[in-house]
Design a binder for this molecule. Structure first.
Ligand code: SF4
Length: 379
């Protein structure tokens, strides 16, 4: 055992900062052993390695929530990701029929650090979306608009989609979801990530002049002329991922100049200008599959979060893997989940005094689940 510091499991978080990584890891492992199958720790692909080492499952936000919800005997989920992911886990793990089957017991969902938010999700607040919907209704018929929210959004936005005949999408199924939406309505309101919306719609053949961007901070119809809104089939929310926005077209040019034969593989949260210059575009799962399936000697430049790319580099020494940007692009909010927060939240959970519990209210959860289940039927 480490001799660095002794911290009572009942201590407030700051005391955990005094523990070494070795001591924190030992204590985390001890809680995992004692709680066994009652506990599931989820680690998002973008999470730092030290935390990922303690995860029962690693994946993207939707895969993780789904796998935890399907795990019988699970009493608590500790989500090493960001806030909206823990909300989705709470909604899926605590479906009313499952809670009833467990005799009313809910699965406790914990986010080790409440400051682990998502800057993209924060770019679309529910009041802003409701205001935009009302404003759109002064120009176009909103009964002919399907709201589509990327899974990277607050539960309240998913619930908005549930109430208004809309749906959730992931970066893996965005195209299938937009197909579903266009089969029901002439137009789509897509939030919060304009890039995923634009890249997907363009791939489906929607021309750029039939898309517009809604700026929630511009009270004059989101910065759009009435004619542009009337013409638009896709209304894109002016939101973006601050990590993927760091990749620039010139980074692709530089990689091609320096690494002959390089394959450029990027996430669809990157801008259209970057996507246009890439060889392959897809979700984190797609990126992993492409690299796993490639022949030894393949050279890649990958445009997605740094921790995922670094892990690919370590796991595939037979290939040459480079990070697309010369500057560090990491998800700073996800990085807030560290061993100290994980250990602190686990020890409190085990003592029956959970901290940072994520609990979506029943009404929001009901409608958000409606939108999530529509997505499940599509893909
Ligand atoms: S990488 Fe971007 S979209 Fe994903 S959690 Fe971080 S800020 Fe949000």
């Amino acid at each position: 055992m480490s001799t660095v510091a002794v911290v009572d499991p009942a201590s407030p978080f700051p005391a955990y900062r005094e523990l070494s990584d070795e001591s924190l890891s030992e204590r985390i492992d001890a809680v995992r052993r004692r709680m066994g199958e009652r506990l599931v720790i989820l680690g998002h692909h973008y999470q730092q390695d030290g935390v990922i080492a303690h995860a029962d499952f690693q994946g993207d936000s939707y895969q993780l929530s789904k796998s935890a919800a399907e795990r019988a005997g699970c009493e608590a989920i500790v989500f090493c990701g960001v806030h909206f992911m823990a909300e989705t886990a709470d909604i899926l793990a605590n479906r009313p029929e499952q809670v009833a089957a467990r005799g009313g017991r809910r699965v406790v969902v914990v986010l080790p650090d409440m400051a682990a938010g998502c800057s993209m999700a924060d770019m679309a607040g529910i009041e802003q979306v409701e205001d935009a919907w009302a404003d759109l209704g002064t120009v176009i018929d909103t009964s002919d608009v399907t709201p589509v929210t990327y899974i990277n959004s607050a539960a309240s936005l998913k619930a908005f989609c549930g109430r208004h005949g809309g749906i959730v999408c992931t970066s893996s199924n965005a195209r299938a979801v937009l197909d579903w939406a266009f089969a029901r309505s002439r137009r789509v309101l897509f939030f919060p990530d304009q890039h995923l919306g634009r890249n997907t719609a363009r791939m489906m053949g929607v021309p750029l002049d039939e898309m517009c961007v809604w700026n929630p901070h511009d009270p004059a119809l989101g910065g759009n002329a009435r004619g542009q809104l009337e013409k638009s089939r896709v209304i894109l929310w002016q939101g973006h991922c601050s990590v993927h926005a760091m990749f620039k077209p010139e980074h692709v040019d530089a990689m091609r100049a320096n690494l002959p034969g390089v394959k450029v593989l990027v996430h669809p949260e990157c801008s259209m200008e970057v996507v246009d210059k890439a060889d392959l575009v897809g979700s984190t799962s797609y990126i992993l599959k492409q690299v796993e399936a490639a022949s030894p000697g393949t050279t890649w430049a990958i445009g997605t979060e740094l921790h995922l790319v670094k892990r690919l580099e370590q796991n595939h020494p037979e290939q040459t893997i480079r990070f697309l940007s010369p500057v560090v692009c990491m998800c700073a909010t996800m990085y807030r989940i560290d061993l100290a927060h994980l250990c602190w939240s686990l020890e409190h959970l085990e003592r029956g005094k959970p901290v940072n519990v994520i609990r979506v209210d029943d009404e929001t959860a009901r409608w958000a689940l409606t939108a999530l289940e529509r997505m499940l039927k599509v893909s």
